[in-house]
Design a protein around this ligand. Structure first.
Ligand code: F0G
Length: 451
């Protein structure tokens, strides 16, 4: 049962079949181009789409909008320090701004940035400075049917081989994303993080974590990793952060806010350089591109997101939807991850070859069937030819916003997906008619094949 009750509501409605068809045409079959009123259940992302609590809204009213030295910054900084142990904390307007600051310092032309799997903006920031993003997740991460409990893990022998090989000197930092969004919201185990940390530090390389879904990751460690069930989520979090040199965070996920993020580090000299760039690109270090009231909401949200009753329900919702789909035979990434259910496109639409963009075709079909908005995480998002993936996944993500939808919304979503599954052989492919060079999934336009 939800560990909260509803105090404010927002109405939603189902557009007619004709309205959906017209919306698809106008949007160039890219659901990023839809108006939100054209969507019934919006599973495009779990980022910045959470419902804030009454306490967070109350915190917003306590905004001290001073340019410098706001009390909300003091609260924010002490919360992040207490949760993570990182002494230097710089607020940013969202996660990609933190990535911008970090990679500007750490990655240059010809460098290699290894990670378990880079997400879209992380990858794009590495590419922007002329460096190479390298995914080193364990082989199970690429097998949607594998029940491995920690498919976010990094393959440590591969990392050792890289660091000790001819390209070792080109690695200036190692990143690990918890949970692994690109690979299905899959967690990284504490044992793996300990190993990665040891290897990085033996080779003199700093380890940075992308911690936007750290609380969900810590919850999985608590429930799946031997010997961890008696520890609290914040306690596990402190051990995770203690293994790293710093972190970037989009607070739009496990900060339970609609905007905000930060970069944090133990390195005092680096912090001074980051601060200079922060002032240039984001704002003064006690606000970093945010209203001060937003910092208050983050500092309350970070604590609420590590509450176990909240997490039990949150992860339970994802599992609930995954179970409804599995029972109907729908192929999904197993085990279900922390922030959404990911459909396994090659098994869902085996008849559509890769050049007919099956992931996007499925996204379009789910909207056409029931006005649910989902996201392709596959060839369109990552296959722009810069770094052709050696091993790849073709997924459609049904991301679940935090504290927003109820069990009956999820039942509706399952009904829609199962209806498309039942008529999967009739799903038509698409072609891309317009696309920018980078991050093309946001603005590309498509057309149905045969038109
Ligand atoms: N890192 C990861 C793992 C992410 O999932 C995201 C955003 C970011 C960094 C960037 O953060 O959006 O605040 O700039 N992911 C969103 C998503 C957009 O839909 O998964 P941001």
């Amino acid at each position: 049962m939800e560990p909260y009750r509803v105090k404010v509501v927002e109405s939603i409605s189902l557009p007619s079949r004709e309205e959906r068809e017209r919306a698809l045409q106008r949007a160039g079959y890219n659901l990023f181009n839809l108006l939100s009123e054209e969507v019934y259940v919006d599973l495009l992302t779990d980022s910045g789409t959470s419902a804030m609590s009454d306490r967070q809204w109350a915190g917003m009213m306590l905004g001290d909008e001073a340019y410098a030295g706001s009390r909300n910054f003091v609260h924010f900084e002490s919360t992040v320090r207490e949760l993570t142990g990182f002494p230097h904390v710089l607020p940013t307007h969202q996660g990609r701004a933190a990535e911008h600051l970090l990679f500007t310092q750490f990655a240059h032309r010809g460098d290699i940035v290894p990670s378990n799997m880079h997400f879209d903006t992380t990858r794009a920031h590495v590419l922007r400075v002329g460096a190479k993003p390298l995914n080193l997740a364990v082989p199970e991460a690429y097998d949607p049917a594998s029940p491995h409990p920690f498919k976010g893990n990094l393959e440590v022998p591969k990392l050792v081989e890289l660091l000790e090989g001819p390209s070792g000197a080109s690695v200036r930092l190692v990143m690990v994303t918890i949970t692994n969004n690109t690979g299905g919201g899959q967690p990284v185990s504490l044992a793996n993080l300990r190993e990665v940390s040891r290897v990085c530090h033996e080779h003199g390389k700093p380890l940075y974590l992308d911690i936007c879904r750290w609380a969900e990751n810590a919850y999985f460690i608590r429930s799946r990793e031997p010997g961890q069930s008696d520890r609290s989520v914040p306690e596990i979090g402190r051990e995770i952060f203690g293994l790293a040199d710093g972190a970037t965070m989009s607070a739009k996920k496990d900060g339970l806010v609609n905007i905000g993020g930060f970069v944090a580090t133990r390195d005092e000299k680096l912090a001074a350089r980051l601060k200079e760039d922060l002032i240039l690109y984001e704002g003064f270090p006690t606000y970093g591109g945010l209203a001060r009231r937003d910092l208050e909401a983050i500092s309350i949200g970070l604590r609420e997101a590590s509450d176990e009753r909240y997490l039990e329900h949150r992860i339970g919702q994802v599992r609930f939807l995954a179970d409804l789909l599995s029972v109907g035979g729908v192929p999904i990434m197993q085990p279900p991850g922390g922030h959404g259910v990911y459909l396994d496109v090659p098994r869902f639409l085996p008849n559509l070859p890769a050049d007919q963009l099956p992931g996007q075709a499925l996204v379009v079909e789910l909207y056409r069937e029931g006005a649910i908005r989902t996201a392709e995480i596959g060839a369109i998002m990552f296959g722009d030819g810069e770094t052709p993936p050696a091993r790849s996944l073709e997924l459609v993500r049904l991301a679940i916003p935090r504290r927003v939808y109820s069990e009956s919304h999820l039942r509706y979503v399952a009904k829609v997906v199962r209806a498309v599954w039942a008529r999967r052989e009739a799903v038509r492919g698409l072609r891309m008619v317009e696309a920018p060079e980078h991050l093309r999934h946001f603005t590309a336009r498509f057309a149905p094949l045969g038109h």
